[in-house]
Ligand binder design. Structure first.
Ligand SMILES: [Zn+2]
Length: 230
């Protein structure tokens, strides 16, 4: 098996998605050096971090965490670009495993029951070929062993790209976008909502609006990245 892999690597060398260096056997998609020097969002220390400041007062949650800090032109931006626009699906799973490790080390997430990705509209998912948040979940569940549910929280409305919208336009754009198909399955549960990046928090707030009336439901949030400003 190992000889087979060595032969494959001889003809199809694997390289780091950021620096291009050849990957070692234990590395996946990104080299250890690039992985360790990615700009961290430093949300693991608990409350009063950048994610809390972004979401507090708008979403009632148990805990919210983000792995990386996104700034214009930094390696987090390049990483997200690979995942969202260059079809680098394995990289999303790899980074999901990193998020899962962060969750495992934080007792606030201990009693999470279910992992739920922020859904894409079916049309957008068909065009991209995958939902990057679901791929993150597939990685998370490898290091933070909880079941993933991707068919209960659904997106019922297509939204325009938010990239060039201001705060207010983003909130209006997200109104009534999500729906829960089987709310009874979530009664009394602690769910972890997973998204790729928090910008204004409008997407997560819209998910919360769809979920908040479910009896006894508690919500936590994990994202790959958070932008350095909204
Ligand atoms: Zn690298």
């Amino acid at each position: 098996m190992s000889l087979f892999r060595d032969l494959i690597e001889l003809f199809f060398p694997r390289s780091c998605c950021l620096c291009g260096a050849p990957l070692l056997g234990s590395e996946h998609d990104i080299c250890l050096h690039c992985l360790q020097t990615l700009p961290e969002a430093l949300t693991a220390q608990g409350k009063d971090n950048i994610v809390d400041h972004r979401l507090m007062g708008r979403i009632n949650y148990v805990a919210a965490t983000s792995l990386l800090l996104f700034s214009q032109g930094n390696n987090t931006q390049r990483l997200l670009h690979q995942i969202k626009y260059h079809g680098n699906e394995p990289l999303a799973v790899t980074m999901g495993r990193q998020i899962g490790l962060q969750l495992t080390g934080n007792h606030l997430f201990d009693d999470v029951d279910i992992i739920i990705p922020v859904p894409l509209h079916p049309r957008k998912q068909r065009r991209r070929g995958y939902n990057q948040s679901l791929l993150l979940c597939r990685g998370i569940t490898q290091t933070f062993a909880r079941p993933v549910s991707s068919d209960n929280l659904i997106r019922i409305r297509h939204t325009a790209s938010q990239t060039h919208m201001n705060r207010e336009e983003r909130f209006n754009n997200m109104n009534g976008v999500f729906r829960v198909l089987n709310p009874q399955d979530l009664i009394g549960k602690h769910i972890l909502i997973v998204d790729d990046v928090i910008t204004t928090g409008a997407t997560l707030e819209a998910c919360y609006t769809a979920l908040k009336d479910i009896q006894g439901l508690r919500i936590s949030i994990a994202t790959l990245a958070v932008t350095d400003n909204a």
